[in-house]
Design a protein around this ligand. Structure first.
Ligand code: ADP
Ligand code: MG
Length: 434
């Protein structure tokens, strides 16, 4: 579907960009439909979309507005597989039990030294070194990577050993399915009989699931008694997981508890270099790697996506990898991310989630049922928009910065204690970060 206004908008954009830039970014864009202020466009994949949205969405919306003569916002669709014929180029991957992470790819540093050493010991002598091994730490710090590396090492050293990697979510789903169908034989065989090493990712999600916890307690005892290795990851230590049976907490503490902290600068540089070798075929100049590691501080996953944006930028715009180019790439990305999310949009989303009118959320009312959603909205505004406390206060009915701060602190506290708050905040945050 190509309307005339669309064609005209593209023609204007063409005049404003370098030919290669236009060809690579707009030449491959397909209009799916346009109407009532929205233009849906089809893009090749998620990476393309992320970069395009960052760099060209404003330009596209501006030109669309001019030619459709109304404000237009762009929405994305992934390519229909037939159109791009992914089926021919990429056959479906064979199902793989444990994701292919290894110790070789894992950079050690002071932040993860103990977890790494314990993990290697558990992989070498499953069931005999630390059982269970409980690894905890923040998002994107390598918990899943390390856990899978343990499983893969164990399988490599001890051929025939059956390693099962599963997320807590899958376990919960399987449990519910067993309850529904009463096929306990399948459930037990999968988790108990067919397993020598059990890896369960994000065990904190057992929180509040009472029935599952009872069954899980028995599974744990059976595996442990049979000296089968169990490894858990979690975003927090056992005693901080809310609504988890005491006896499970104490079982989780039987073996070894190791945390992973955010990596220090030196470790981040080493990670950047390791990933760059894979991505670019060679390490980056030291000062470039250092510039990246200095900009991106608290999350390894973020480091990775930064590198892949950089790769795309270099490839398409044929830029040189200099410290300056890297800094610009990262900073413009951060700024754009902030700019796109408005305090109003956050207020609206929170109000909808809690079924309260936005006007009440931003009113002076001190009604108790308003305080939690209001605080969550403040917290998200602070975290996602980069606005200052006074700015946020103004948008919440002219409150001063100290009440915004107090609201944010309340949420931080609740995030440690109340699983429902964790869920709501995670869900809203994920929606905005998408
Ligand atoms: P988590 O499970 O803690 O959220 P992941 O294990 O999914 O984090 O790690 C996020 C990404 O960062 C993965 O691609 C992983 O390979 C990478 N990563 C994390 N820590 C390291 C490290 N120390 N060395 C190399 N890569 C790492
Ligand atoms: Mg993980």
């Amino acid at each position: 579907m190509e309307t005339q206004a669309w064609q005209e908008a593209l023609a204007s954009i063409k005049k404003r960009l370098k030919p290669a830039e236009y060809r690579n970014w707009f030449g491959v864009l397909k209009l799916v439909e346009a109407g009532s202020g929205v233009a849906r466009v089809q893009v090749k994949d998620g990476r393309f979309q992320e970069y395009f949205a960052q760099k060209y969405q404003n330009l596209l919306e501006e030109e669309l507005e001019r030619h459709y003569q109304q404000p237009m916002s762009v929405e994305y669709r992934m390519a229909d597989p037939e159109l791009f014929d992914y089926s021919k180029t990429a056959p479906a991957p064979a199902p793989q039990a444990v994701p292919a992470y290894t110790f070789d790819d894992f950079i050690q540093g002071p932040s993860n030294l103990m977890a790494c050493a314990a993990g290697k010991a558990a992989g070498e002598k499953p069931g005999r070194a630390y059982n269970p091994l409980f690894i905890y730490g923040g998002v994107g710090l390598g918990k899943t990577h390390l856990m899978c590396a343990i499983g893969n090492l164990a399988a490599q050293i001890h051929p025939g050993l059956r390693v099962l990697y599963t997320t807590c979510e899958t376990y919960l789903n399987d449990f519910m399915a067993a309850v529904r169908t009463e096929r306990w034989d399948q459930f037990r065989s999968k988790y108990r009989d067919q397993v020598d090493v059990l890896l369960i990712d994000d065990i904190q999600f057992l929180s509040g699931k009472e029935r599952t916890q009872i069954e899980f307690f028995h599974l744990f005892n059976a595996l442990h008694a049979a000296k089968k290795q169990i490894v858990f990851t979690s975003d927090r230590p056992p005693h901080e997981i809310p609504h988890l049976e005491e006896r499970l907490k104490s079982r989780f503490e039987w073996g070894l508890i190791a945390d992973i902290k955010p990596p220090e600068l030196e470790t981040r540089i080493a990670i950047v270099q390791k990933k760059s070798e894979k991505l670019f075929g060679a390490p980056l100049a030291h000062e470039v790697a250092q510039a990246i590691a200095e900009e991106v501080v608290d999350n390894v996953r973020e480091l990775e996506s930064c590198l892949s944006r950089l790769q795309l930028e270099i490839q398409i715009n044929e830029t040189q990898v200099t410290v300056k180019a890297v800094q610009e790439c990262i900073r413009s990305y951060h700024k754009k991310q902030f700019k796109k999310i408005s305090i109003e949009a956050i207020q609206k989303a929170v109000a909808t989630k809690y079924s309260v009118p936005v006007e009440e959320l931003t009113s002076a009312s001190r009604r108790r049922e308003l305080s939690q959603p209001r605080h969550i909205a403040m917290y998200l505004a602070r975290k996602l928009t980069g606005s200052s406390l006074p700015e946020i206060g103004r948008k919440f009915g002219g409150r001063d910065h100290s009440s915004v701060l107090a609201g944010c602190r309340n949420v931080e506290k609740a995030l440690k204690l109340d699983n429902r708050v964790v869920q709501v905040v995670d869900e809203l945050e994920a929606r905005f970060r998408r």
